[in-house]
Ligand binder design. Structure first.
Ligand code: COS
Length: 380
């Protein structure tokens, strides 16, 4: 098996690293401190084509495959996890439209999503439907007279909820059928009956907004149905399989940067008359961190490669995400320890990375949900 990056992928990786260094790094501390959505950086990610990775050029995308997305998200996550999360989650919106949208829907929404700066959101979670995504209660009942779906309900913890121009909502078009009555519907931001509720204050990824969405007799044309009625749960699960590779890439970027910072610090920091890199206890930390990072990287590439080559990858995406997210918390924890008191201070990026890493074990499926997915696949 050959996982060598192509020349094009090496170039993309370099471009993403330079982009992150030039535009993301200088803003990272401020984004974390203020919690403001970095719209300027998001728009630049659209302009340079990162938001269009995976979308065909005829819809304004940059072409490319999931491995390219992994490379871009990882490089950006090294400088700021919020910006990486924004990019990763935004591309889920495009991937759902690409896979399940009609030609008309693709022509209408993809160009603005990929290079036009129109953020997309993915709204599945509800107060009582988190890990149990199939328990969603939001309804979208078709009004035959007007040809509109009337949406009622509340979504929570939605990334970019108030910033998005277009949102994919999962709602019951036939409440009597449970998950088989769930459908995916596109809602434009300014639709009457749609409003944004609470904006959450979080432990980390402060720049990636997390919002509550409220639907009160929100009417959308039936042409906004994505896929078929009742196909919503499968669309959501398919989208999440891909999204989990994105979160894993984000976790990898955080972990790689924490490892790099630790190596640099250990060579510079002198205690007991020599750089702390000479202390075997800390050297072994670097070994442990390196092993975890390398395992994470190759599992992510494997899941992305399976996806690109059209093979089943649900289990492998779950393995990659579970492992990479636990790696990110493990590595940032040790990195902070290596930095000692300085690591705990806001002058260094470690404490931010430590906080940002934790969410990767929770969103797009908790570690426990991934263990369910993996064990079901192994025991079936
Ligand atoms: N791809 C395609 N279809 C899938 C799928 C996948 N990865 N996983 C499940 N499905 C299908 C099943 O094949 C089944 O279809 P049939 O009824 O036709 O056989 C249907 O979906 C229901 O599957 P299942 O019975 O496994 O559903 P569960 O309610 O047991 O839920 C888990 C499965 C727990 C895996 C799912 O609810 C989940 O992923 N939860 C986490 C949600 C999440 O990640 N939320 C994060 C935020 S999203 S913004």
């Amino acid at each position: 098996m050959d996982f060598t990056l192509t020349e094009g992928q090496k170039m993309l990786q370099k471009t993403a690293a330079e982009f992150a260094e030039k535009y993301v790094e200088p803003r990272a501390e401020e984004i974390d401190r203020t919690g403001e959505f970095p719209r300027d950086i998001f728009e630049k990610m659209c302009q340079v084509g990162f938001a269009g990775i995976g979308t065909p050029e005829k819809y304004g995308g940059s072409g490319g495959i999931d491995i390219d997305k992994v490379l871009a998200v990882t490089e950006i996550a090294k400088k700021d996890a919020s910006c990486a999360a924004i990019l990763s989650i935004h591309t889920i919106f495009a991937s759902v439209l690409n896979k399940f949208g009609t030609e008309e829907q693709k022509q209408k929404y993809l160009p603005e999503t990929t290079n036009g700066g129109a953020l997309g959101a993915f709204a599945l979670t509800e107060p009582n439907a988190g890990s149990d995504a199939g328990n969603a209660k939001t309804t979208a009942i078709l009004d035959e007279k007007t040809g509109e779906y009337v949406i009622n309900g509340t979504k929570c913890f939605i990334s970019g909820g108030s910033q998005a121009k277009n949102l994919l909502i999962f709602a019951l078009t036939d409440p009597s059928r449970g998950t088989k009555g769930l459908s995916c519907i596109l809602v434009e931001k300014d639709t009457p009956g749609f409003s944004v509720g609470k904006i959450e204050e979080k432990m980390g990824i402060h720049g990636s907004e997390t919002a509550e969405l409220i639907f009160e007799d929100c009417r959308v044309p039936k042409e906004n149905l994505i896929g078929k009625e009742g196909q919503g749960f499968k669309i959501a699960m398919t989208a999440l399989d891909g999204a989990r590779i994105g979160v894993a890439a984000q976790a990898l970027g955080i972990a790689e940067r924490a490892l790099q910072e630790s190596i640099k610090y250990m060579k510079e920091r002198v205690q007991f008359g020599k750089p702390i890199a000479a202390l075997q206890g800390l050297q072994w930390y670097i070994s442990d961190m390196t092993v975890r990072v390398e395992c994470a990287r190759w599992m992510i590439f494997r899941a992305a490669w399976l996806k690109v080559s059209g093979q089943p990858y649900t289990k492998e995406a779950a393995i990659a995400k579970l492992n990479a997210s636990e790696t990110a918390t493990f590595v940032t924890n040790l990195a902070l320890q290596i930095h000692g008191g300085y690591g705990y201070m806001k002058d260094y990026p470690l404490e931010r990375m430590y906080r940002d890493a934790k969410i990767t074990e929770i969103y797009e499926g908790t570690s426990e949900i991934h263990k369910v997915v993996i064990s079901r696949a192994m025991l079936k």
